[in-house]
Write a protein that binds this ligand. Structure first.
Ligand code: CA
Ligand code: CA
Ligand code: CA
Length: 153
């Protein structure tokens, strides 16, 4: 009897420890200014990931991931393309004298945290309404397996 009580207590302790950390969005924060980015990358999915180094140790730890709305090659400079697309992040890859431009959605669809800064995302939040960080984001995945058990939603 005593043993049952103890294991129940343990389970409550474990649940109590695990759930507040992962049902909430403690690791999620609003996207910093795009100018503060340390780099960007096109994901295999075709989405645009922007990295940030929030603790300033030279390694990115926070990422935003956006749907790419448009891409094209033009000789127009970055400044001009950005002016055509106000409010949208614009990325450029040099393509000879021209530029290959990616026009991304205004707000991210995903926010990723690389807690141990090893390059593999540990926690992925989804903001299905793409309306910025305002509390309606949901814990979506742990690509690295860092979060062993995601809460059942
Ligand atoms: Ca960092
Ligand atoms: Ca990681
Ligand atoms: Ca949101």
């Amino acid at each position: 009897m005593k043993r049952i009580a103890l294991s129940t207590l343990l389970m409550i302790a474990v649940l109590g420890f695990a759930s507040p950390a992962w049902t909430g969005n403690e690791l999620l924060q609003a996207e910093p200014a795009l100018q503060a980015q340390v780099g960007w990358n096109l994901e295999p999915s075709g989405m645009l990931a922007v990295g940030y180094d929030l603790n300033h140790n030279g390694r990115p730890d926070f990422f935003t991931v956006r749907v790419v709305l448009d891409k094209y090659i033009t000789a127009e400079p970055m400044k001009t393309v950005a002016r055509y697309n106000p409010g949208h992040p614009v990325s450029r890859v040099d393509y000879g004298a021209e530029g290959f431009y990616y026009i991304a959605a205004r707000y991210p669809l995903f926010y990723a945290v690389d807690v141990n800064e090893d390059g593999a995302w540990d926690v992925l939040y989804k903001d299905v309404l793409e309306d910025g960080v305002n509390g309606n984001e949901e814990l979506y995945d742990s690509p690295s397996g860092w979060v062993a058990a995601l809460p059942v939603s």
